[in-house]
Design a protein around this ligand. Structure first.
Ligand SMILES: *[C@@H]1O[C@H](CO)[C@@H](O)[C@H](O)[C@H]1NC(C)=O
Ligand SMILES: *[C@@H]1O[C@H](CO)[C@@H](O)[C@H](O)[C@H]1NC(C)=O
Ligand SMILES: *[C@@H]1O[C@H](CO)[C@@H](O)[C@H](O)[C@H]1NC(C)=O
Length: 863
């Protein structure tokens, strides 16, 4: 061996050693600091999901991979947010264990993702299994398919926070519950493991003085995680273990929503020295809900949230507070109740945090006994009077509920019971008061509903429409309740749609295809006199709209896509998906579609009176009366309110304008054109909607700036519609002088100068009751507020418009009406809270003068 080779050998050895050292170092850092694993189970290679997160193949973590199979899902449900990790599954036919190295002495967050479907023709209804992690039973006799049905989601996630281990080993075992049953199996689609410094501390047990629950030795399951008074926070914006924080409004009891607000610019929110950012992101503290500005009303109600839980477990309730308005002690002091017991007699956020803008969190534990009614956990806030604070009010910024393991180390509860069948609630009064069961389902849906929870809409409406066909009417009060449809048969018939040449057609779900009628091109040609120009009733970005006849007698509107339009394809599919599942008195119904020879055609109910716009201006049609206009606005608001809240997840229309509000032969307003709709509450949305769509003149300036879509963007556009209805001129009219081109800018300008009357449609002169007009313009003005948070919800808009109509009707009575502005808000408040007005009045020394004009609203009839 000459010196050269020796030298090379030496270098080589050094490299090998270095490499090993490096390897060792990187492994040991992985186990000592915060390790995280994101595994796509059954996947053969690493791949990215739609959020750009990489999911690794799970096989190297499986101890005995010989006993499991990897299978792909036969059908990709359109509501799945991403192919990864849902389209592949690891199927276990005998007990199998994952072994993962995590950080020693750290709490470990574990998320299990499930998409129950017929993998390799296995029957999902035969899959009952247990999941055990480090000795804790996380799931027992668990059926993913029943759980998905109860949630009305096709996929979902379960989150656990496991007790820290000394060894740094995490063993997750999947085991069939009944080993002897043939074809039974366990499965999982995705596993996330994140280890982190512990964020749990011993919590006082409510109802027992000086008793604390021990948290170090316990594991937890997440039941709810809410950004109170704010919007959804996606995992990518979390400051801890990639959590999703949901909007709280659907958990609130009754109609007493209080008010929500955001920190104003002068408030700088900062973690206090001893607290870590892992507890919650600043975005949670930045928004809050309080009871409202009227102390005399606040003392008469509890601001209450309700959660569905399993009995016989202890729950940890974590309140996140941050005072955003007041600076001193004893300004806002309140009581905290958990399950009817007092958790805190005098909660004063400033006293705890020492200063405004400083987050503080408080934990309380409560044991849920197995008594009737204890499947629910109630959290309530009420002003505390004993310290005589300056304001009778309460505040909350965030709320989390965790289930603690029982003494045997068990966390598993029974499978949920899918709710009874839905009916469609058209009734206005009922729409404001979601049933308990709706809320309950919402809750589970909200939290374990997957880190990208948007699937529900789809599922929901399927059952909806199915039920309609069967003529089923539920006796249960309200709500858009859930399905017990068999998933297996919805996923088999995808071939019906694959006739077309467009590649996109394969994305149309079998469900949508099965829900509405499939027309042949021949039928369509026949019905439209071969697309005769004489039949054209409208032209849009999508193509032409024809009046047509089907089955020789039914008048329909036929929308034919412009074959050259590329973009149309996606919107075509969106529209079928959406509309075939949405049924509401104030939404245009889709009858069917035709996809043949590259044609994309949609068939709708015929709307005899055309668009709202053609009755407002630039047409020779007679002008609509003010009451007609109000009724149309109320109808459209109801349709939009339904889109925003009637489904489990918000559907955002994105293109609200007067040409998308159609009128049938009885002048009933129907919202149309869902081609641009997006499902909200979806963390993806901020990424997806980077292309601003919609129509100029109606676009939410905030959406334009931040490219973030919320239902408040629809509220803005609807505000523009309200001004258009009032002034009978287009949203943008370049023929006007510069300052008048934009209707909204001009109307707001006139409103400020008190000259709004001058730009009102001359046809309305003499018809307008000033109170009604005021309510109407006030509402329109709030809708177009710069900041989305300052805009009312569609529900509030609806209530205000109904109130305006009420004022209009009252004014027709001969008696003179005395008006007092305090009465107005006062009456509204009472109505919204469902409080008996007399009890409020008696509590206030200078009770507002009660005007007869409002009595119909104070007692709005049956609830
Ligand atoms: C709760 O525990 C009691 C007493 O052990 C038992 O009878 C009851 O069935 C349990 N309830 C549930 C929902 O597990
Ligand atoms: C608020 O809730 C507490 C505890 O459940 C109850 O005792 C109290 O009566 C409630 N107050 C009102 C005004 O409903
Ligand atoms: C959770 O399980 C562990 C281990 O079995 C036990 O030590 C602990 O006390 C349990 N926690 C509760 C709240 O019962």
């Amino acid at each position: 061996m000459n010196s050269n080779t020796l030298y090379l050998f030496f270098i080589f050895s050094i490299l090998v050693i270095l490499n090993n050292v490096f390897h060792f170092l990187s492994q040991s850092t992985a186990s000592d600091s915060d390790a995280s694993y994101v595994l796509a189970c059954g996947a053969s290679t690493d791949a990215e999901d739609t959020n750009g997160r990489t999911w690794k193949s799970d096989s190297q973590f499986l101890l005995n991979s010989g006993d499991s199979m990897t299978l792909s899902a036969p059908v990709q449900d359109p509501s799945l947010p991403s192919i990864i990790p849902y389209m592949t599954a690891r199927i276990f036919t005998s007990t199998s264990t994952y072994k993962i190295l995590v950080a020693k002495g750290r709490r470990c967050w574990l998320r299990l993702h499930f998409y129950p479907t017929s993998y390799g023709n296995l029957d999902p209804s035969k899959s009952y299994f247990d999941v055990i992690a480090n000795g804790f039973t996380l799931l027992h006799n668990f059926s993913a398919s029943i759980t998905a049905q109860a949630l009305t989601q096709v996929y979902f996630m379960k989150e656990f926070a496991l007790r820290p281990t000394r060894s740094g080993d995490l063993n997750i075992t999947f085991k069939r519950t009944l080993e002897h049953i043939k074809d039974a199996y366990a499965f999982v689609n995705g596993i996330e493991v994140i280890s982190m410094p512990d964020i749990f501390v011993p919590a006082p047990l409510v109802g027992y003085s000086d008793q604390f629950v021990e948290v170090d030795s316990s594991s937890f399951q997440t039941i709810a995680r809410l950004n109170v008074g704010g919007q959804l926070i996606p995992p990518t914006n979390d400051s801890g273990p990639a959590r999703t924080w949901y909007d709280d409004s659907s958990y609130i009891f009754g109609a007493a929503f209080g008010v929500t607000f955001k920190a104003d610019e002068s408030v700088k929110i900062q973690y206090p020295g001893n607290s870590s950012k892992e507890i919650a992101p600043l975005d949670v503290y930045n928004t809050a809900r309080s009871m409202g500005p009227h102390g005399n009303i606040n003392i008469n109600y509890n601001l209450t949230w309700i959660f569905q839980i399993d009995a016989n477990f202890t729950y940890l309730v974590r309140f996140h507070f941050c005072e955003l308005e007041f600076e001193s002690v004893n300004q806002r002091v309140f009581q905290i109740f958990v399950n009817n017991q007092t958790a805190e007699e005098n909660a004063d956020v400033i006293a705890w945090a020492k200063s405004r803008g400083v987050p503080v969190s408080k934990d309380y534990a409560v044991y849920a006994r197995d008594e009737p009614g204890d499947e629910e956990l109630w959290v309530a806030l009420h002003p505390s009077l004993s310290t005589k604070p300056q304001f009778y009010d309460a505040i909350l910024n965030g709320l989390e509920i965790f289930k603690m393991n029982d003494t045997r180390g068990n966390l598993a509860g029974p499978n949920p019971v899918p709710s009874p069948m839905p009916t469609q609630a058209d009734d206005a009064v009922e729409e404001y008061r979601p049933s308990r069961s709706k809320r309950a389902a919402h809750l589970i849906g909200g939290i374990i509903g997957g880190f990208v929870g948007c699937s529900v809409v789809a599922r929901l409406f399927i059952c909806f429409t199915k039920e309609k066909r069967k003529g089923y009417r539920s006796t249960s009060s309200v709500g858009y309740r859930l399905p017990s449809y068999g998933r297996s048969h919805t996923s088999t018939s995808s071939s019906t749609m694959s006739s077309g040449k467009s590649t996109a057609s394969s994305h149309l779900s079998s469900v949508a295809a099965g829900l509405c009628r499939h027309f042949s091109l021949l039928e369509i040609k026949h019905g439209t006199k071969n697309f005769s120009e004489s039949q054209v009733i409208g032209v849009g970005g999508f193509g032409k709209v024809y009046e047509g006849l089907i089955d020789g007698k039914t008048k329909v509107a036929i929308k034919r896509s412009n074959p050259s339009s590329d973009q149309g394809c996606e919107e075509f599919l969106t529209e079928i998906e959406m509309l075939s599942r949405l049924r509401h008195k104030h939404l245009v119904s889709l009858i069917g579609f035709c996809e043949e020879d590259g044609e994309m055609i949609l068939v709708y109910d015929y709307m005899a009176n055309g668009t709202l716009r053609e009755h407002l201006y630039r047409s020779n049609k007679p002008a609509l009366s003010w009451k007609q206009r109000l009724a149309i606005c109320i109808g459209a608001a109801r349709g939009l309110h339904y889109l925003h809240t009637g489904a489990w997840y918000t559907i955002i229309h994105r293109d609200v304008k007067t040409t998308n509000i159609l009128l049938d032969e009885k002048w009933v307003a129907k919202v149309s054109d869902f081609g641009l709709s997006k499902m909200g509450s979806n963390p993806n949305q901020t990424h997806v909607s980077t292309i601003v769509k919609g129509s100029f003149g109606y676009l939410d300036p905030e959406y334009f700036r931040r490219q973030q879509l919320t239902e408040k963007s629809d509220v803005y556009s609807f505000g523009v519609v309200l001004f258009e209805v009032l002034c009978a001129r287009p949203a943008l009219d370049p023929s006007f002088p510069m300052e008048q081109v934009s209707l909204v800018d001009w109307a707001l300008h006139c409103q400020r100068k008190g000259t709004l009357e001058d730009i009102i449609d001359p046809n309305l002169k003499g018809q307008l009751n000033p109170l009604c007009l005021r309510k109407f313009t006030e509402t329109a003005e709030k809708c177009v507020a710069e900041d989305g948070l300052d805009r009312p919800s569609m529900g509030a808009v609806l209530r205000n418009l109904e109130f305006a109509l009420q004022l209009e009707k009252t004014s027709e009575q001969p008696e003179p009406v005395s008006y007092n502005s305090a009465d107005d808000t006062y009456a509204m408040y009472t109505v919204m809270l469902g409080i008996d007005e007399n009890s409020v009045v008696s509590l206030e020394n200078n009770a507002p003068h009660k005007s007869n004009a409002f009595s119909p609203m104070v007692n709005p009839g049956p609830r």
